[in-house]
Design a protein around this ligand. Structure first.
Ligand code: URA
Ligand code: CA
Length: 438
């Protein structure tokens, strides 16, 4: 077999067999196939696409290119949740303890933030003492003991994807739905859960800018999951404004705690409830959607979900008192309130600008190895549809550096658009994609 023949085949719109894909990916990982041939193949995929079985083969080959987690020692149906990345998206910190409190085993690996989007691992690290790296045996035994563990990536999950993603990044081939879907699903499958609830974001602050593309990505990932024997469904959700009101690591932990108390922002709370219901159903621990929803609401109301977060924090070495007293989280030295300076309805809050400003304050990474400041960020005080006056506080900026505070204060106002008339409110959830409707 020769790489050039496989590139030609894809260039001409044919499908590659599993053996051919194995030859290509394994050869690339070993270094036998050079970047220029892999880049040419990626570009051919960008223009020609792949069929569902072909995408699934590619995904499984990448998933098996490195370590895979064996979660079989954990009792029950392990359900993982994945968000394609947004701004103010604190859902994992809320949904994971929420469903774990109901008996869904959650053994979850999360990532760090990059660019304008945050990462769960960074947020967890803002809790004093919290350890995000556990040995695989500890990880598994903790889930059997308390039903939940949240860690950073350990070992080498899907190294083929890591290499390919870096190559796509510099060859204008990131924006290919088969390549994105296989990239994401290879890492999820390697992380070992039985089923996946996916949150595919769409809008200005998301990877997918149009609903059509987001739906296609969601369908492709659901199909991969099903063909790979893992129960998978997706919600396509709004990222035309930040999901929650907090953007920044410690600020988002505080918001997660507030939400688990039932005092969170409506859109964030609503999406967390829907994601939790899907996870409970996938884990087969409720006999109907109505029962799942009742249990989820009851766990929030009773404080069971919040208690589970405390158990998680304590099990991983963190200071559990944080759930009663968020003031023990890192605090920023300076804050500044941003006033509207005019009256009108809030027509839009651009999540990309909010995310970029938070990043520049130090909450996020410009490059993979940038150092972040866990205390800083933005707390929105308003949302789209609110009527504001001249003196209404739109947002509060948290910084540890006076010049960054001033710079953030100047920039953040650009995220807000005002209008005379009441804007039409977008739903948080646009679509639900299940295997049945593919
Ligand atoms: N996220 C991933 O993990 N992979 C992609 O290809 C795009 C986004
Ligand atoms: Ca089921």
């Amino acid at each position: 077999m020769h790489a050039v023949d496989l590139i030609r085949k894809k260039r001409d719109g044919e499908r590659l067999s599993r053996t051919e894909l194995e030859f290509l990916i394994a050869g690339y990982v070993r270094g036998d196939i050079p970047d220029y041939q892999m880049a040419a193949w990626n570009m051919a995929v960008y223009f020609r696409g792949m069929d569902p079985e072909e995408i699934t083969d590619l995904t499984l080959i990448m998933a098996q290119s490195g370590d895979t987690l064996d979660l079989s020692a954990i009792r029950g149906i392990k359900v993982d949740k994945h968000s394609t990345g947004g701004v103010g998206d604190t859902t994992t910190l809320i949904v994971a303890p929420l469903v774990a409190s109901l008996g869904v085993p959650v053994a979850k690996m999360s990532g760090r933030g990059l660019g304008h989007t945050g990462g769960t691992v960074d947020k967890l690290e803002s809790i004093p003492g919290f350890q995000v790296s556990l040995e695989p045996e500890q990880f598994v035994s903790q889930v059997n003991r308390i039903g939940l563990s949240l860690v950073g990536q350990t070992g080498q999950l899907a190294p083929a994807d890591k290499l390919l993603y870096a190559l796509r990044d510099v060859t204008a081939t990131v924006e290919s739905i088969p390549l994105i879907a296989s990239s994401i699903m290879s890492k999820k499958i390697a992380a070992g859960a039985d089923g996946f609830v996916l949150d595919v974001k769409v809008g200005k602050g998301a990877f997918m800018k149009t609903e059509e593309d987001a739906v296609e990505l969601a369908k492709t990932m659901v199909q991969i999951g099903q063909l790979a024997g893992r129960d998978t469904m997706a919600l396509v959700t709004d990222m035309n404004q930040p999901l929650g009101r907090a953007i920044g690591n410690a600020l988002e932990v505080k918001e997660a705690i507030r939400t688990l108390r039932g005092e969170g922002p409506e859109r964030l709370t609503g999406l967390c409830i829907e994601l939790a219901v899907e996870m409970v159903l996938m884990a087969d621990i409720a006999s109907s959607r109505q029962e799942a929803r009742q249990s989820v609401l009851e766990s929030l109301r009773s404080g069971d979900a919040l208690h589970k977060l405390r158990e998680l924090i304590e099990a991983q070495g963190g200071d559990g008192r944080v759930v009663d007293d968020p003031s023990i989280l890192p605090q920023a030295s300076y804050t500044k309130d941003i006033l509207a300076g005019q009256s009108g309805y809030l027509q839009a809050i651009d999540p990309l600008i909010i995310g970029m400003v938070a990043m520049e304050l130090g909450a996020g990474r410009e490059h993979k190895d940038s150092v972040i400041d866990l205390a800083v960020g933005i707390e929105l005080q308003t949302e789209v549809g609110d009527y504001v006056h001249d003196q209404t506080v739109l947002a509060r900026i948290y910084a540890n550096d006076q010049s960054k505070l001033e710079q953030g204060a100047r920039q953040v106002l650009q995220a807000f658009q005002f209008s005379e008339s009441q804007p039409l409110l977008q739903p948080t959830i646009y679509r639900k994609i299940t295997a049945q409707e593919l």
